[in-house]
Design a protein around this ligand. Structure first.
Ligand SMILES: [Zn+2]
Length: 426
């Protein structure tokens, strides 16, 4: 088994087998029909039904507000009416056949539909492949598509979007444990249409296209492992780069969590996001902060305030010609954009009438592969210098990479960023 697992992981059926999912349910976890059954489609369709997916599952919001979606699958698929499926499909598609399902049809049904693939081939939704099944719900005037699949298969589609498959195996393994734990911690009851979204609002999920041999291997090596604290799954937050000190949950969200108190991190200094500098015109600044700064006149200065133990500002003071106002640093970052204000670990902010009058700190010259908007040609403009990218709570992805390059294991990485937790296998 061990010798050929990499080969197995290349194929959908292999993923299920390698992850020890019951083969009878298959990698897609949907209805199971033999090839012979599939070949009979259109003649006398065999009875099919939805079946429970194996183990822990997760529901991932893929898209919403769409008037219609297009679905296909190499093995064909079946659509069942009702939010929890049923015995008899209302629509069946031949292998490779593409069918459009529109919101109007969905709204006339019983509040949703379940799309099950036939066999192991994944479903394609608007050209993107997903393992497991799709749940479709009316959503306002449009529709919402949710991917329901076993947690292990979900983590395969997260790893390739959250960390590079070229990073050391220990990082991929640590992240697999974090992503699995995070997702299980976000599961909701049946009154909710989905558990997590496929974006940075939770963790980025790319379906089959995000899978890689290295990522799949990390999921296999850590299958079933969770970050554990006090008899339950830990809140496994993570962000790209902490800039030298992770943030505490208490400071960011006002809720103290024992293992998320913040740690000094010497390992992410190699990150291109460790130090950054960005520019924004004074006009844009005023437009983005409009409601708060409307009465302040032209903005003359910005200052990070109320700095917490990790070095992050809780407030930003905006000094205008006609007054002064303090804005929550989180809101300041959201309004200006997270690629302009990459973190609230703010070093220096300056306003000048021209780019030549700014005094950049050479220590913040580090180039980033994600270029911020270039400095405006004229002025007045603001220059913002800071450290790290993201909220900074929990695992620092770049720091984990730094630790792994120094020889740390996945368990050591997790013990560093989540002190007091343990990795347990279920
Ligand atoms: Zn870090």
């Amino acid at each position: 088994m061990r010798l050929d697992r990499r080969t197995l992981l290349q194929a959908a059926a292999g993923v299920a087998a390698a992850l020890a999912l019951p083969r009878a349910v298959g990698a897609t976890g949907g209805i199971i029909e033999s090839d012979a059954d599939a070949a009979q489609l259109g003649a006398t369709p065999p009875p099919v039904t939805t079946r429970p997916l194996p183990g822990d599952t997760i529901r991932v919001l893929l898209l919403r507000g769409r008037p219609a979606v297009r679905i296909t699958a190499a093995g064909g698929f079946a659509v069942f009416d009702g939010p929890s499926g049923g015995e008899n499909p209302i629509l069946r598609a031949q292998p490779g056949q593409s069918r459009s399902i529109d919101a109007t049809a969905l709204a006339h049904g019983s509040g949703g539909a379940v799309v099950e693939p036939v066999g192991d081939a994944p479903l394609q939704l608007d050209g993107r492949s997903y393992r497991g099944r799709l749940l479709l719900f009316p959503d306002g005037g449009g529709m919402m598509a949710v991917n329901q699949l076993p947690i292990e298969l979900y983590v395969l589609g997260v790893l390739g979007r959250e960390v590079s498959p070229k990073w050391p195996a220990a990082v991929l393994q640590a992240h697999a444990i974090v992503s699995r734990s995070y997702a299980l911690g976000r599961r909701k009851d049946a009154a909710h249409a989905f558990d997590v979204s496929a974006t940075t609002a939770d963790q980025v999920y790319g379906g089959v296209a995000a899978e890689s041999a290295a990522g799949n291997d990390a999921v296999y090596q850590t299958r079933g492992q969770l970050l554990w604290y006090g008899g339950g799954v830990a809140s496994a937050f993570f962000s790209s780069c902490c800039g030298g000190h992770t943030e505490s949950a208490g400071a960011l969200w006002g809720r103290d969590i024992p293992y998320l108190g913040g740690v000094a991190d010497p390992y992410c200094a190699g990150s291109p996001h460790y130090r950054w500098r960005s520019y924004v015109s004074e006009e844009t600044l005023r437009a983005r902060l409009s409601s708060e700064v409307a009465a302040l006149g032209e903005i003359a200065a910005l200052e990070p305030l109320d700095v917490d133990n990790s070095g992050r500002a809780r407030q930003v003071a905006v000094q205008g010609q006609d007054g002064r106002r303090e804005i929550e640093a989180k809101a300041f970052r959201e309004r200006l954009g997270s690629n302009v204000v990459r973190s609230t670990l703010l070093h220096r902010m300056q306003i000048a009438n021209s780019p030549e009058q700014l005094q950049p700190d050479p220590a913040f010259d580090d180039p980033s592969p994600v270029a911020p908007p270039p400095p405006p040609q004229g002025g007045p403009l603001a220059m913002i210098e800071g450290a790290g990218w993201g909220h900074g709570v929990g695992l620092c992805q770049w720091g984990a990479r730094g630790m792994a390059l120094r020889g740390a294991s996945a368990t050591q990485i997790l013990a560093f960023y989540f002190p007091g937790t343990a990795v347990v296998a279920r």
